[in-house]
Design a protein around this ligand. Structure first.
Ligand code: NAD
Length: 450
């Protein structure tokens, strides 16, 4: 079926009003939950095939995230849908005013390959909770997961309202040419611009969940504990995570010990040979593997550095003495290379971050509340986290999204519902006491003073 027909079919269904009642939304979300429970193995084995992810990691970073979004939406759905009263100024009374969330219509969700299940299904939770019909287009670079979604989603969700379309650039281009009611895109900046241009043709609103270089600033506290928390967020999914710490900023006196503590954390997690660990993933394809290996000479490798193209394996690698002008420090790394850059102090670290495009996440590692206040006040990023990396995404109440080059709009929890809703305003005034007569012409001298 071509994209235009698909959209027309879903729009016809949406226009019947079938997706509006809370009962339909609940039914979809409950069935969605059932899909995750009954088909967890299908998804985790597809993820293993695509990205070499361990089943436990896939559960924690993909299935459980979607499940928690579903639980949260089911818990709060009625309160999100409830009308909100708005105060009416004295001169317009008697009257009532309120806002009411309405679904947008038929929305398009395009996902990337790095969390190929979570990043299309978590937005879908919001789209359905808000009462929309939706088409999802998973990444062709994670073909097993894309196929699992195409096979399983229609078994659990209303086929009149939800479709999965598989394919690459051509299919995506065809979809983007249609007049959707919202486009939710997760992926890189280059394609983000293509999406926004296509959306502009129809004045379709967009949410762009992009990436960038998320810094981790280490300026105090227990270096070993911090190193473990940085290594965990970095090397999960072989560091192909949009909010993974991209590089570390620390002071010259801490840098050697931190480098050693990071190497130790890697050994604790994945053993002395990470290639043999079931818990360490692989690079998605040869192009990304080659791109990452080309970045290795941009710094001095202090631990790791091993790689094997046949397996698309790159060892968790810590680098020092990196050139701030090199590709390693200019592009989003999106792989298991972690440069440590030395800066004088927290102030210099904040200036380093401010001189670059706003990142998707920024991390502060320090036990000082003063440092936290300063970081929070001065660093502009999609989100901040203190003494952890990446796990902030597991809090459904925290909006997740970028700012500037790291994206626009946000989702998770209520923000997902809001993203996929239009808050319609309603003003209602009884006719019986026609107070408006005071404002009608002719305007004599008395009315002019009113
Ligand atoms: P990508 O931009 O290459 O592809 C993402 C999607 O866009 C795919 O579904 C693909 O089919 C489609 N696409 C690719 N080229 C297209 C084109 N020319 N026209 C239309 N559609 C096209 O992104 P990626 O490499 O899959 O993902 C990596 C990037 O995504 C990184 O920058 C990462 O930081 C970012 N990311 C962001 C988040 C977030 O939540 N903010 C999450 C994960 C990844």
């Amino acid at each position: 079926m071509n994209a235009a027909t698909l959209l027309a079919d879903h729009r016809r269904f949406f226009d019947t009003g079938a997706t509006r009642p809370v009962a339909w939304r609940r039914e979809q979300l409950q069935s969605f939950l059932r899909m995750l429970a009954e088909r967890e193995d299908d998804f985790t084995s597809a993820l293993e095939e695509d990205l070499g992810k361990s089943r436990s990691e896939s559960f924690l970073s993909e299935v459980a995230v979607v499940r928690s979004e579903l639980d949260f939406a089911l818990k709060h759905l009625e309160s999100w849908m409830a009308p909100e009263k708005v105060a009416v100024p004295g001169g317009l009374r008697p009257a009532r005013a309120w806002t009411q969330a309405r679904p947008l219509g038929v929305v398009l969700i395009i996902g990337p390959w790095n969390y190929p299940m979570q990043l299309v299904l978590a937005p879908l939770v919001g789209a359905l909770a808000a009462g929309n019909a939706a088409v999802i287009k998973p990444s062709e670079l994670a073909p097993a997961t894309s196929a699992a979604l195409a096979r399983l989603v229609p078994l659990y969700l209303d086929r009149s309202a939800v479709s999965v379309v598989e394919g690459g650039v051509e299919v995506s281009t065809d979809l983007l040419a249609q007049a959707w009611d919202h486009i939710f895109y997760t992926g890189g900046e280059r394609v983000g611009k293509i999406v926004m241009k296509a959306a502009a043709e129809h004045l379709t609103p967009v949410t762009l969940e992009l990436g960038g270089k998320s810094p981790a600033v280490v300026v105090g506290g227990d270096l070993r504990a911090m190193a473990r928390r940085i290594a965990y967020g970095k090397f999960m999914n072989a560091a192909q995570t949009c909010v993974a710490p991209d590089y570390v900023l620390t002071t010259p006196d801490r840098a050697p010990e931190l480098a050693e503590a990071l190497a130790e954390a890697v050994r604790d997690f994945y053993g002395s040979d990470p290639q043999a660990s079931d818990d360490y993933g692989r690079i998605v394809n040869d192009d990304h593997f080659d791109r990452l290996v080309d970045l290795l000479p941009d710094g001095t490798v202090v631990s790791g550095g091993g790689h094997e193209r046949g397996e698309r394996y790159i060892e968790p690698t810590i680098l020092r003495e990196v050139d701030p002008g090199s590709a390693l420090m200019q592009e989003e790394i999106f792989g298991p290379l972690l440069p440590i850059v030395e800066v004088e102090d927290l102030d210099a670290a904040i200036e380093f971050i401010a001189a670059r495009p706003h990142p998707l996440a920024a991390y502060l590692f320090s036990d000082s509340e003063e440092h936290l206040d300063e970081f929070t006040e001065r660093v502009q990023a999609g989100g901040l986290a203190h003494n952890v990396s990446t796990i902030q995404l597991a809090v459904p109440g925290l909006p997740f999204g970028g700012v500037g080059m790291s994206g626009m709009g946000s989702y998770h929890g209520y923000e997902s519902f809001r993203t996929f809703s239009h808050r319609q305003s309603v003003f209602s005034k009884p006719t019986r006491v026609d107070t408006l007569r005071l404002a009608y012409p002719p305007f004599g001298p008395l009315k002019r003073r009113l």
